[in-house]
Design a protein around this ligand. Structure first.
Ligand SMILES: NC(=O)c1ccc[n+]([C@@H]2O[C@H](COP(=O)([O-])OP(=O)(O)OC[C@H]3O[C@@H](n4cnc5c(N)ncnc54)[C@H](O)[C@@H]3O)[C@@H](O)[C@H]2O)c1
Length: 265
């Protein structure tokens, strides 16, 4: 017996999908049969991912927009629904991260994190969930993080951590409000080898007067499973939650972290 995940004809919006994890999610959803609208603040990368989706034979649309701006969020949702004829799957992936002590963070740092991640997740769900419920089927996956749970590895990530906890809380409430036709879950990555992590290795290197490559290797050595995650590892969890295999999962924060915050001995 063989089994493949078939989401043929489903229409997805993935935010922040110009690179990194979001791009990996767009690829996986398209490979499973979804049409995909690709948002990013960077129009060039949004176009690139949309072209990659189209090359897999699916409908796609690049929908640039800054999710820190309420008007852009509404516009992105409406243009995605127009381009694909509706949105059945919403993946709130766009994110920013700053490795900075709370006492050094500005109000703008706080606002940027909360706006791009927590507030945009609230706004996209508010905009798109009613039509999903009216049609009787929808899947929403929000990017959480392994840091949005009790752990001791979150120094220097105050606004980031606050935004991710907000997303997990919002996910739990939305799961209750949108049931039974729409499931709402979060996926919590660990250390995924993307530009976001590369910046962290650089900042940490500056702080400790170390080569970023040495910082990266130090991070790798603490991983229980021995390697950094790849965008595709996270995309697999998103695909599971959108597939029939995940039909009975809602309100969860699925930690896909290579074991973090547990550390290798
Ligand atoms: N990389 C990790 O280890 C890790 C760990 C836990 C959670 N996450 C989460 O996964 C998600 C993706 O992270 P990543 O590692 O791919 O990061 P990344 O920085 O490589 O990519 C983030 C994408 O979001 C886009 N973006 C940023 N601000 C935006 C805005 N205002 N509007 C629209 N798009 C915007 C960027 O242009 C970029 O394409 C984020 O929510 C992040 O917090 C990542």
């Amino acid at each position: 017996m063989s089994e493949t995940i078939d989401l043929s004809g489903r229409r997805a919006l993935v935010t922040g999908a110009g690179r990194g994890i979001g791009r990996g999610i767009a690829h996986r959803l398209a490979a499973a049969g979804c049409h995909v609208a690709v948002n990013d603040i960077d129009p060039t990368t949004a176009e690139r991912t949309a072209a990659e989706v189209a090359a897999l034979g699916r409908r796609s649309a690049a929908i640039p927009g800054d999710l820190a701006r309420v008007a852009d969020v509404h516009d992105v949702c409406d243009r995605a629904a127009d381009a694909l004829g509706g949105v059945d799957i919403l993946v709130n992936n766009a994110g920013v991260s700053l490795c900075r002590a709370i006492v050094d963070c500005t109000e703008e740092d706080w606002d940027r994190h909360l706006d791009v991640m927590a507030k945009a997740t609230f706004l996209t769900m508010r905009r798109l969930a009613p039509a999903m419920m009216a049609r009787g089927w929808g899947r929403i996956v929000n990017l959480g993080s392994y840091v949005a749970q009790m752990n001791s590895t979150t120094r220097f990530f105050g606004p980031y951590c606050a935004a991710k906890f907000a997303i997990v809380g919002l996910t739990q409430v939305a799961a209750q409000e949108f049931a039974p036709s729409v499931t709402v879950n979060a996926v919590g990555p660990g250390d995924v080898d993307t530009e976001m992590m590369a910046r962290e290795w650089e900042v940490e290197g500056e702080r400790r007067a170390m080569d970023p490559a040495a910082v990266k290797e130090e991070y790798r050595r603490r991983l229980l499973l021995g390697r950094f995650e790849r965008p595709d590892d996270i995309a697999g969890a998103v695909l599971f939650l959108c597939s029939p295999l995940g039909d009975q999962v809602t309100g969860s924060h699925l930690i896909v972290s290579g074991g973090l915050p547990f550390r290798a001995a």
